[in-house]
Ligand binder design. Sequence first.
Ligand code: UT7
Length: 358
Amino acid sequence: MTPLAGSPNTPLEPPERHSTRQRTVSPSGQAARKSARIIGTGSYLPEKVLTNSDLEKMVDTSDEWITTRTGIKERRIASPEEPTSSLATEAARRAIEDAGIAAEEIQLIIMATFTGDVLMPATACLVQKNLGATRAAAFDLSAACTGFIYGLSVAKQFVLSGFYDTVLVVAAEKLSCVTDWTDRNTCVLFGDGAGAAVVSSQGEGPRIIGEYLASDGSIYELLILPGGGSLHPPTHQTVDQGLHFLKMSGREVFKHAVTCMVDGAQKLITQHNLSPQDIRLLVPHQANKRIISEVGKRLGIPAERIYVNIERYGNMSAATTSVGMDEAFRSNQFNPGDKILLVAFGGGFTWGSVLLEW
Ligand code: UT7
């Protein structure tokens, strides 16, 4: 088996971009309608790197604490000139190029984010404009860190129903804008980035063979960005109270994160009559390396079959799984039939998983 780039203790630069996927159409010219495949992926990380030692100068923390408690060494921070739509557009361009299609062929753009450029219109519309995807409908999807999983699932339904042939799913976050840089409990955890996937009934690439989506709104307050909406419209007071920053009950979220991700992964493993040994690669949401290790342990999937890049990027919410999947595709050799399992959890609470077959 090829060693995994970015696996535990193997910090590597993001892999070179190269595509082995090619677009194909059946001899009759008719594309098969009964499968939804990921025919192209891409990701984009802003240039600026914020290291743990940089954070030591900003809040009362240490590289040692952050590394041992979270696994994070550094994260990317977008510039003031780079709103979320810019990160998303670049990741999307790379995915479209990888798929070997034209932007005009995209019929729907689903954008997973909670740090859109503005509250209205949807950031998906700005991405549509930037890409020149003139035939695409576009909407944002709000499922926090599980947004990419939800997005892939929605894309699959559109493709399988035959309503659309080609859907772009983009997950992008500029979490640095909603981070309280004076709060050491949260500011060490997050980063900015974007990942994208083209889902289509035509072309080659791993097939989406299963998905599982779940939510539990009864614990929504554990992870919340309270200000700026209709409950706490922005006022001087809400800004003074810091309600426009992400709030998290870390320990509680940790426990739910483990339970939810194990549940999400196990549901698909069971539904598809698989065993943990059948999972060639697990691509989990990256909120904390200890969460990932515990999930792997409970599922019985060893570290060498779990993709980890948290040391380089921290937690980028919905972008995390999309960037992880893109990097994992580029740095691994997969064989026909290999199963890849994506799993995530996040604010809502939402959680879920997607099973791919190469
Ligand atoms: O995708 C979004 C979902 N988010 C997550 O999944 C995050 C889940 N939670 C976590 O990853 C962990 O709970 C944290 C990394 C947020 C915190 O780790 P922990 O081991 O649960 O630490 P804690 O909150 O129990 O705090 C332990 C101590 C506290 O000090 P005292 O009260 O014991 O004296 C904190 O004040 O660590 C202290 N602490 C820090 N110390 C140095 C908290 N943050 C820091 C810090 N540097 N950055």
